[in-house]
Design a protein around this ligand. Structure first.
Ligand code: MG
Ligand code: MG
Ligand code: MG
Length: 309
């Protein structure tokens, strides 16, 4: 038998990366591509674990790298920095993603579905529709969870009408109340107590490379910013270690209050003061700044910091 096609989302996988990988496996099988399986590139976070437990299913198998010529399907990312080690020499069959495209190149033609929606699962939802595939309850729970996660219950500025419509319809099939289920799921992800500072800084970290200037924007969700800030010193030490290890110009940790839709950031690096001042018109005090109404890395943190750098 030919080697299985591997389906995966980005490193430090979030709920969209895990759920969309699993849903993509179902979708591919409905399309007749039976020899494929979802895998993951990192630990499952607590929010995603809540979803898997709700459904009583196992997390996809963990892989670290892909062999040369391995056939792969990417979801929820396209940037090679955020993909499996060895991705440069893999054969990418398709990409389904909702991120900007900057660092992506293939030797061969491929399917590429990019839509500027709030979540990869919203794109998948529309793919099920357009190919006339029935959405099963389990698939609906997975896609609804991914949308709730990426859009923070439709409150993030990344949310589109497509996400709202998809979530509404998926919630019916999933037989969930969006707010009740959604808050439980998001809250499960904010239980940060037993993570080390190093783990927190890497939980949901995206490496960026702007013309050779490397920086990282990490994010943790919480229902109590002050509670996380109790560990500021410890977090800063872990952030400094990341700067050393990866030659970073800047590292920003966004502590995002998912109930009130605000973020407090901790920023460290060579010109952190200047970069944050230019990006958000805010002065860092004690390496921190409060950013009202900021919840989205993709739409708010990243573009402003990128421009400022
Ligand atoms: Mg993601
Ligand atoms: Mg996503
Ligand atoms: Mg995310």
């Amino acid at each position: 038998m030919e080697k299985e096609v591997l389906i995966f989302g980005h490193k430090s996988p979030d709920t969209d990366s895990i759920c969309s990988s699993i849903v993509m496996e179902y979708f591919e099988k409905k399309q007749g591509n039976t020899n494929c399986k979802a895998v993951r590139l990192g630990n499952v976070n607590k929010e995603t674990q809540y979803v898997l437990d709700y459904l009583g299913i196992e997390a996809p198998e963990l892989i670290e790298k892909v062999e040369e010529g391995q056939q792969v399907i990417l979801v929820d990312h396209n940037d090679f920095e955020q993909s499996a080690d060895g991705i440069e020499n893999a054969k990418i069959l398709s990409v389904t993603d909702h991120h900007s495209i900057g660092n992506f190149r293939t030797a061969e033609p491929l399917y590429y579905t990019a839509k500027p929606y709030g979540c990869t699962s919203t794109i998948l939802f529309e793919e099920f529709k357009s190919f006339g595939h029935k959405i099963e309850k389990k698939e609906a729970v997975l896609m609804a969870s991914a949308i709730i996660s990426d859009t923070l219950l439709l409150k993030s500025p990344t949310t589109t009408e497509h996400d709202k419509k998809a979530l509404e319809e998926l919630a019916k099939i999933a037989e969930i109340d969006i707010n009740t289920y959604g808050l439980e799921m998001l809250k499960a992800g904010t239980d940060l107590g037993d993570f080390t500072a190093e783990e927190l800084v890497n939980l949901d970290a995206k490496k960026q490379d702007k013309d050779g200037t490397k920086f990282v924007i990490a994010q943790v969700n919480t229902v109590d910013i002050q509670d996380v800030l109790k560990r500021q010193e410890e977090l800063e030490n872990a952030m400094k270690a990341e700067i050393q290890k990866n030659g970073l110009k800047l590292i920003v940790l966004a502590i995002t209050d998912i109930l009130n839709s605000n973020s407090e950031i901790i920023a460290l690096g060579e010109n952190a003061d200047e970069v944050i001042q230019k990006a958000f018109d805010k002065k860092l005090e004690n390496n921190r700044a409060f950013l009202e109404g900021v919840v989205s890395r993709k739409k708010q943190l990243l573009p402003n910091i990128d421009k400022s750098i």
